[in-house]
Design a protein around this ligand. Structure first.
Ligand SMILES: Cc1ncc(COP(=O)(O)O)c(C=O)c1O
Length: 470
């Protein structure tokens, strides 16, 4: 056995020690597990989560109305109508993004259980959040950041996020793109005995629930009603999951949950060549679609991020449109914010035009911006990498080859991704993990909850795949 294989044999043991969750006890059928029990075992109520966050300056962020952007949407709309657009200014959190909500609960749990330090594998914002929370709680912090191609070149945004982690005093292990990320991270957890503040743990997702809850509460207080839709930038799926769960806990069950990602189709995330051809480091389809259709591909055996349970709609935007919106937000609303939140803002701008003027659409986050995250270094870097940047129709864009900045607000649009297709891919991936091609009744119920599809439909799909036991 080589070193990699040896470590993989110890994987479950390392994960168990570093997260303190015995995932085996949640397994129920051949492919199912008890998701709600996993979430319940976090052991903190929503009120307690909120208290933990208040103690460290996390959450209770303002809900701002984007009046000028709403006006522009109405001017651009074919009907002259558009919903009122609001944004939850999550950049007001201590490290500058909603990721503080996630980190605050994991780090609190690590402290309570007596761990000396915490670790996280992340593209950056989450690392900064964990590092910031670790400082407040007096713990050490190691962040593993996949940030370079094999020539040790990284794009400005990702380097910026790494610097921010170091700014908080974390030890940052910078890696080139490739499969060594998981190995290195596991090895660090084993060597240090640190807590795995995994992005995908139930603690992290429970921490995001307050975001959805606050949105519902603020809308009720300010506007006397719940939002018609909440638009959520989507990558690994925790953002959608936690926000939707919080909205549901607040009783906002009719609010439409819309996920939005930047379209990076055709670019391979694990490819050394493609790594620096993308101008976005999160909130894109390269993470969004694989994690949605196979959520357990993470650093814990069962991810608490299950976006297909909650999504009503999933749309994509283009890189050029998000750069445009970053500029518009600064110019029209005086808010200079980073790219992730602006992805859902673009989607909200287009989707608002499908609604009447009295409807409410909430963009669920902003993130901080900084030197490397700004659109100018990102666009200059894209040009250096041979990507054509021009003004025109964003529909012409080819990820990795061109970025098209929209020539007029009226051409901003979203592309709807077929939810049925995503759900079918999810089920196919689940079936592929079966050791024998057989399921139990509990698996059918699980798949129905995972995909929001009727049990009869699940049975039909399973039969198409010649799965037995039904
Ligand atoms: C600021 C910001 N917004 C949104 C996301 C997407 O969240 P998730 O990965 O939970 O879907 C990320 C994740 O990296 C992020 O850093």
């Amino acid at each position: 056995m080589n070193k990699y294989e040896e470590l993989m044999v110890r994987k479950n043991e390392i994960v168990l020690k570093s997260v303190g969750i015995d995932f085996d006890k949640y397994e129920t059928g051949k492919l199912s597990f008890d998701y709600e029990r996993l979430m319940k075992d976090v052991g903190y109520t929503l009120e307690e989560v909120s208290e933990i966050q208040k103690d460290v300056g996390v959450g209770s962020t303002p809900l701002l109305e984007l009046r000028n952007i709403t006006k522009l949407a109405r001017k651009s709309s074919r009907t002259g109508k558009a919903a009122r657009i609001f944004v939850k200014d999550e950049s007001c959190n201590p490290s500058g993004s909603f990721k503080d909500r996630r980190a605050s609960i994991s780090v609190f749990d690590a402290m309570k259980r007596g761990y000396k330090g915490v670790g996280a594998a992340t593209s950056g914002n989450y690392g900064a959040a964990v590092a910031s929370q670790a400082n407040i709680r007096g713990l050490k912090c190691i962040i593993v950041n996949e940030c370079y191609d094999s020539k040790k070149i990284g794009q400005p945004e990702i380097l910026e996020k790494g610097r921010k982690c170091e700014g908080f005093g974390a030890e940052v292990v910078r890696l080139t793109v490739g499969p060594e990320l998981f190995y290195t991270y596991l090895k660090i957890l084993e060597d240090t005995g640190y807590y795995n503040a995994s992005l995908y743990s139930s603690y992290g997702v429970a921490g995001i629930e307050t975001l959805g809850y606050e949105i519902a509460e603020q809308c009720m207080k300010k506007l006397g009603k719940e939002p018609d839709a909440v638009v959520i930038t989507h990558a690994g799926g925790g953002n959608v999951t936690g926000t939707a769960r919080g909205l549901i806990k607040a009783g906002a069950v009719k609010t439409k949950i819309i996920g939005a990602s930047v379209d990076l189709s055709g670019l391979h995330m694990a490819s050394d060549i493609d790594f620096n051809k993308k101008s976005f480091t999160t909130g894109h389809t390269g993470f969004g679609i694989p994690f949605m259709t196979n959520p357990d591909r993470s650093d814990v055996p069962r991810s608490a991020a299950r976006p297909l349970r909650y999504l009503d709609r999933f749309v994509t935007t283009t890189q050029g449109e998000v750069f445009w919106m970053t500029e518009i937000l600064a110019q029209l609303e005086g808010l200079e914010r980073g790219p992730a939140g602006n992805t859902s803002l673009v989607a909200a701008f287009a989707i608002a035009q499908e609604y009447e003027d009295d409807a409410i659409i909430v963009v669920q986050e902003t993130e901080y911006t900084g030197a490397g995250k700004h659109l100018i270094p990102q666009l200059n870097f894209a040009k250096e990498n041979g990507i054509k940047v021009y003004v025109g129709d964003p529909k012409e864009q080819v990820p990795g080859k061109s970025i098209v900045i929209p020539s007029h607000p009226s051409i901003i649009s979203v592309t709807d991704i077929d939810m049925e297709g995503l759900k079918n891919s999810y089920i196919k991936n689940a079936i592929n993990k079966l050791t024998k091609n057989i399921v139990e009744q509990v698996d059918i119920e699980f798949l129905s909850l995972e995909t929001k599809m009727a049990k009869e439909k699940i049975v039909e799909i399973l039969k198409q795949h010649k799965v037995g036991g039904i």
